[in-house]
Unconditional design. Structure first.
Length: 93
């Protein structure tokens, strides 16, 4: 699984993803790249930092998508977890 290998390799800090299927494979892979670590998908998650549609086939409804993902730092990751925990605890009240 390519996404698993990318997630587990901490040396990869930036990923440029070029997709011809933005509503299919890109959407699925983006979730896996950006979700919190699990037993299957280890390592710090990525965050989307830019997205650019590319119309390579004018006069059709098909569009490519180029997305850049940057790996979250430990402080970003732990900060986002804390904020999510705060939201959950406020919602539980």
């Amino acid at each position: 699984d390519v996404v698993r290998a990318i997630r587990s390799n901490e040396k990869i800090s930036r990923l440029v993803y070029v997709s011809c299927n933005p509503t299919g494979s890109l959407a699925t892979d983006a979730v896996l790249l950006c979700q919190p670590a699990t037993k299957r998908y280890t390592g710090l998650p990525f965050k989307p930092t830019s997205a650019q549609p590319v119309d390579m086939f004018p006069m059709t409804d098909h569009c490519e998508m180029v997305m850049t993902f940057d790996r979250m730092t430990k402080s970003e990751y732990h900060g986002s977890i804390s904020k999510n925990d705060d939201k959950k605890s406020k919602n539980d009240e």
